[in-house]
Write a protein that binds this ligand. Structure first.
Ligand SMILES: *[C@@H]1O[C@H](CO)[C@@H](O)[C@H](O)[C@H]1NC(C)=O
Ligand SMILES: *[C@@H]1O[C@H](CO)[C@@H](O)[C@H](O)[C@H]1NC(C)=O
Length: 352
């Protein structure tokens, strides 16, 4: 190797960590311990990953993630819980089928689940020079609005998007609404959380106002945190790849040219995508890792095999059919008006 390239490599070495890892599905269940604690069933279905101590209540005083005996995440130090809504396909006959999830590149064999990132600078920034403070025990947050149905309502949440995968490496463009054409390799839902913390509150009533976006610019442009939320924390990002390949036949898509996918809260626009987070790293494992110069593969952590991740599961609290072609989405959320009108002609059930 030329000396100049060695020097270039040394200069480019990461200053801190960016970690990217796989977590398999823990459970798909109608619980939401953050937004509707204790309510079972909760209004809509979620896919949950992470530590197996999840339940409908998750009393913040109890450090519930810490009570887990296993985790579906690759790093055994991470017993956090992460969840999102669940995507359904709506057939022309008005029935719904839950869309499966496929693993991201490099994580073959993972059953369901997501890819999780913690970063101090943008993904493309190998050096990761910014310094972040890891989340604390008891920390919780939410991003996105399950009730949003317009671009305007969704615009508050800057980085909750979709990528229409032409193949597994497609990363651009991102859209705020669900893709309006078949995506040959699936639909990737991207959820990025805000990166500035108020430094005091582990949670707030809306699970959001203890967090803020940078005061100017963006996380990727290294914009500074506002005075009200001065503490930079890692950017947490989830990628979930909904495997729409079985549902890409245009003859099965709505005749009016709209797209057929609907979130478990009844949203077919895509604007209601949201993600929830309950911190649950053991001890100082997250801070220690973030302070280590490494990119994606971080030796500070204990890595379990994907086969072992898959073995960790949790009992469902709500026993209901989530796998068949279903006459309605579990919980019977109101589907957007257009679908209500369409469905009237084909279905006799009350309300539709
Ligand atoms: C949730 O788990 C905690 C701790 O294990 C337990 O005290 C609580 O009763 C459980 N709640 C539900 C609704 O199962
Ligand atoms: C509705 O359509 C789907 C997809 O074509 C099909 O698999 C299912 O059996 C149909 N259900 C009914 C009740 O016709």
């Amino acid at each position: 190797m030329q000396l100049t390239s060695l020097v270039a490599l040394a200069l480019a070495a990461p200053a801190n960590a960016l970690i990217r890892f796989s977590c398999s599905q823990l459970v798909v269940d109608r619980i939401d311990p953050l937004v509707t604690p204790g309510m079972a069933p909760s209004p809509h279905l979620h896919q949950i990953i992470g530590g197996n101590s999840i339940n409908a209540t998750m009393d913040p005083a109890k450090d519930m993630p810490g009570e887990s005996t296993c985790t579906t995440c690759q790093f055994t130090e991470d017993t956090s819980n992460y969840w999102t809504a669940v995507l359904f396909f709506r057939a022309r006959n008005g029935t719904f089928k839950r869309v499966p999830i496929r693993p991201n590149a490099g994580f073959d064999g993972a059953v369901g689940g997501m890819t999780v990132y913690y970063m101090q600078n943008g993904l493309a920034d190998y050096q990761q020079r910014s310094k972040v403070t890891a989340f604390k025990p008891g920390f919780r947050m939410l991003i996105g609005d399950a009730l949003a149905r317009t671009e305007e309502e969704a615009s508050k949440y800057r980085q909750v998007t979709y990528t229409c995968l032409q193949d597994m490496s497609t990363r651009y463009p991102e859209t705020k609404s669900l893709p309006n054409k078949p995506c040959p390799a699936g639909i990737m839902a991207n959820i990025r959380f805000p990166t500035c913390w108020d430094g005091t509150n582990l949670d707030t009533v809306d699970h959001m106002s203890h967090m803020a976006y940078p005061a100017t610019g963006t996380f990727d442009s290294k914009g500074p945190c506002p005075d009200t939320h001065p503490v930079p924390v890692p950017q947490l990002m989830y990628e979930t790849i909904w495997d729409t390949r079985a549902f890409n036949d245009p003859n099965e898509w709505p005749e009016d040219g709209s797209q057929p996918f609907v979130w478990s809260m009844g949203d077919h626009t895509g604007f209601a995508s949201h993600g929830d987070y309950l911190f649950g790293w053991k001890g100082d494992a997250l801070q220690r890792t973030m302070d280590t110069p490494c990119y994606v593969t971080c030796p500070t952590l204990t890595t379990q095999s994907i086969a072992n991740q898959n073995k960790c599961t949790a009992e469902r609290t709500i026993q209901e059919d989530i796998d068949s072609w279903l006459p309605e989405i579990p919980g019977g959320p109101t589907i957007s008006k257009k679908y209500l009108l369409e469905a009237r002609g084909t279905r006799s059930k009350g309300g539709l």
